[in-house]
Design a protein around this ligand. Sequence first.
Ligand code: NAD
Ligand code: IPM
Ligand code: MN
Length: 351
Amino acid sequence: MRTLKIASIPGDGIGKEVVPAAEEVVQAAVKAFGGVEIEFTQFPWSCEYYLEHGKMMPDDGLETLKEFDAVFLGAVGNPELVADHISLWGLLINIRRNFEQVLNMRPAKTFKGLKSKLADPKDFDIMVVRENSEGEYSEIGGRIYQGEDQIAIQSAVFSRKATERAVRHAFKLAAERGKKVTSATKSNGIIHSMPFWDEIFEETALEYPDFKTESQHIDALAAFFVTAPERFDVIVASNLFGDILTDIGAAIMGSVGIAPAANINMNGKYPSMFEPVHGSAPDIVGKELANPIGQIWTAKMMLDHLGEEKIADRLLEVIEGVIADGIMTRDIGGTSTTTEVKDEIIRRLQA
Ligand code: NAD
Ligand code: IPM
Ligand code: MN
């Protein structure tokens, strides 16, 4: 039987609640279908791990992860224990960068049964292709001087290679969807990198003459996400713009607790990593309030990526059914706990 080996890193906060829940759900789905076996191996790398070991993961952590078919991550960050820049560069960004997970795929769509935060939403189905390796998240920068003269500098890095890769992927995806690509930009002469981004977008668009294309300033685009999300099909965005847009995408779907994400390695050299859009949510830890759907939907994206589409589709169907029947956590208008939602999904998968 085919065995898929998954490295599981719950991380911090509600990651420790939603990752085990999602793993249980995946095992139930796999059992219901058969034909494949999934083996999760746990890694306790987190802020607590840092307090004990002085690092977010062991020195050979990446070597260890490299052997897996995929990484399944909850969330990283417990600012009360460890400063975010240490925990994030030490684990989350460390994996994204070293495993060349150059794109971050983040869907936002009307979800059957789920009430959007919008008053009167039309159906929307958006895929945000977020450039995941550079841009505003470059390593170039730091602080200089002291006291009132202190300055923080961050250089945004936009390479032709990475920009073109993201743009081209957006067009490829759009070819199988609505043939419409929107580029998130800020090219009104203020930010040097964005006219460059636009040039690459326009050059690539020439190869797809029958596609609808548009460049939209990020500020206006953010507003349109709220007022008219049905306008969009595939969106290509820089690292920071994509980050912000996808939290808005999550909110207009219903909650940041449901949005999934996939950090994709495109050259086949390293595993891809699957983690929801949301963070470690320190404000709701230990209260059974965490919505497990983001992590479970993320598992669905992982199963798709690993070629187990049938199991993935069934998982989504069951999630939709559970939500449609009102079994949901408080963030999306329900009264169920994390465990109750998880248990009901499992019960239906087994039925
Ligand atoms: P957050 O996403 O953790 O929380 C924002 C709000 O959404 C909070 O009110 C939280 O309770 C709520 N929320 C988030 N996930 C939820 C869920 N599954 N169910 C119900 N409600 C949910 O963002 P934040 O507060 O800005 O960040 C907290 C920590 O997480 C920080 O350390 C941050 O750096 C980190 N973070 C990590 C990741 C990641 O690892 N991928 C992503 C975002 C933030
Ligand atoms: C995300 C997160 C991360 C990001 C942070 C925690 C570095 O917000 O995955 O969306 O900005 O990429
Ligand atoms: Mn984010």
